[in-house]
Design a protein around this ligand. Structure first.
Ligand SMILES: [Zn+2]
Length: 238
């Protein structure tokens, strides 16, 4: 039967052997539809970016953006080299002063440079996480530097400012890995907290691969504090 296609009175039209509701019918019939309250993290875009460091090392990264990350921040993944085996992964927390300006007060710039090359060689992913200053933000990090100039170490300074010693949370990192289809990885780190958090978040860390030590006269106290305080596996000649 063909319904009367007048106003909202039409309820069905026949299409071949199947009977389907019309737009009018669906507006007439009040139905409850369950929609998911939260859409899980997913890959949003992938773009190729050729990157070159000051020393001339260059590589093309596939830069990935995400939708639906639980903290709502604009984290990036750089996919480097082949990724058909268990990937080598680095969780790099944003450090404007170290990554961009080459600050010698920390080792972030050299760590980033090293990680990009080592991951390119092996195949894997660098997650660039927007948690500046161990999660306390750029201005607070600079305030902490001012306290360090008065003799505080990097952890004492954060505490004196009313922050946790390390406020970084790797939930978004685990979500990005899941969106990329990575359940098992080798982790490039000296930081046991990254291994612990990722494992608790359901990511299998097959191997921990230590990073190099990038000490200079400005950051040696910072590196020593990391080694003494949070069990970073850093060997410093004293
Ligand atoms: Zn830094």
């Amino acid at each position: 039967m063909i319904g009367t296609l007048v106003g909202i009175r039409a309820t069905r039209v026949r299409s071949g052997a199947a009977t389907r509701p019309t737009l009018e019918a669906s507006s007439r019939q009040e139905r409850t539809v369950s929609l998911p309250t939260r859409i899980g993290p997913s890959v949003r875009t992938r773009v190729q970016i050729p990157i070159t460091f000051d020393d001339g090392f260059s590589v093309t990264a596939q830069v990935v953006t995400f939708a639906g990350l639980s903290d709502g921040l604009e984290h990036l993944a750089l996919v480097l080299g082949r990724t058909d085996d268990v990937p080598l992964v680095r969780l790099h927390s944003e450090c404007l002063t170290g990554d961009v300006f080459g600050s010698a007060r920390c080792d972030c710039g050299p760590q980033l440079r090293e990680a990009v090359e080592r991951i390119s060689d092996t195949g894997g992913v660098l997650l660039y996480l927007r948690q500046e200053g161990r999660g306390i933000g750029l201005y607070n990090k600079l305030d902490a530097y001012a306290l360090q100039d008065l003799g505080f170490d990097t952890y004492q300074a954060n505490t004196a400012l009313g922050f946790p010693e390390d406020d970084r949370d790797y939930t978004a990192a685990a979500e990005m890995l899941t969106a990329l289809g990575i359940a098992e990885l080798d982790l490039l780190t000296n930081n046991p907290d990254k291994v612990r958090q990722l494992t608790e978040l359901g990511v299998t860390v097959r191997n921990t691969v230590p990073t190099g030590v990038h000490a200079n006269e400005n950051n040696v106290r910072y590196l020593q504090a990391k080694a003494d305080h949070t069990g970073h596996t850093i060997s410093l000649a004293s």
